[in-house]
Design a protein around this ligand. Sequence first.
Ligand SMILES: C[S@@+](CC[C@H](N)C(=O)[O-])C[C@H]1O[C@@H](n2cnc3c(N)ncnc32)[C@H](O)[C@@H]1O
Length: 244
Amino acid sequence: MPIGSHQSAAAGTDVWLTPPALLAALGGAESFDLDPCAPLDRPWDMARQHYTIADNGLARPWHGRVWLNPPYSNNVIGRWMGRMAEHAHGIALIFARTETQVFHECVWRAADALLFMEGRLHFHDAAGTRAKANAGAPSVFCAYGADDADRLAASGIPGAFVPLRLRSLIFGFASVGSWVDEVLKVMQRAGAAVRLDDLYRALAENPKSERNPNWKAKVRQTLQRGPFEPLGEGVWQVAEGRLL
Ligand SMILES: C[S@@+](CC[C@H](N)C(=O)[O-])C[C@H]1O[C@@H](n2cnc3c(N)ncnc32)[C@H](O)[C@@H]1O
């Protein structure tokens, strides 16, 4: 019986596992900090830490990058996806029921990017065996956070990638260069030497900074290593001989 059908939950199992190749394409189990709804006896890891039905992953704190392939029953998927939208860090795999209230509230209005899979998935059963039947419905990956949107775009999973947050993605794919490029751009706009504080302000919302908790140190390192020279205390310019 296809697991995308309404009968599937009633047929008695929510335990349909993500094909390991898909997890690998998204960075592998080690790259996810938590799977909050893992099977009791898992044939492989889905993340570094797992909650099972015995822990009740909905009642536990979530942390870090989350992998979520939630139980399919219609009456609980909203709670899992609501939690994911609130947590806002990681990737969820669900059926592409794009018109539903859950999809509107927890995906369209909350995710950063989607990847609609080409064809239908074959999940694996609790023992790890690939199901003979396909899932019976189309699947979509939902990325929460700019970093996961990037990973989804780069995953190579066949399908249609749809960015939902233009600001970070336009920056991310069109115009963000190396740290040297980004510092040069700020100096170019200023047309003169730049104070370190002003450089921090100009780069604070740059996607490279948003993705790097140590971005200020990275800016200082770039100034020291790149084609820049100090002009005075905390003031930097492009090194002589290097045209803006
Ligand atoms: C669709 S399967 C996905 C399994 C795994 N996350 C994966 O990606 O392969 C959903 C899993 O959620 C588990 N589950 C159901 N209710 C749960 C709960 N309250 N807390 C934690 N896990 C739960 C089921 O046992 C089942 O293994």
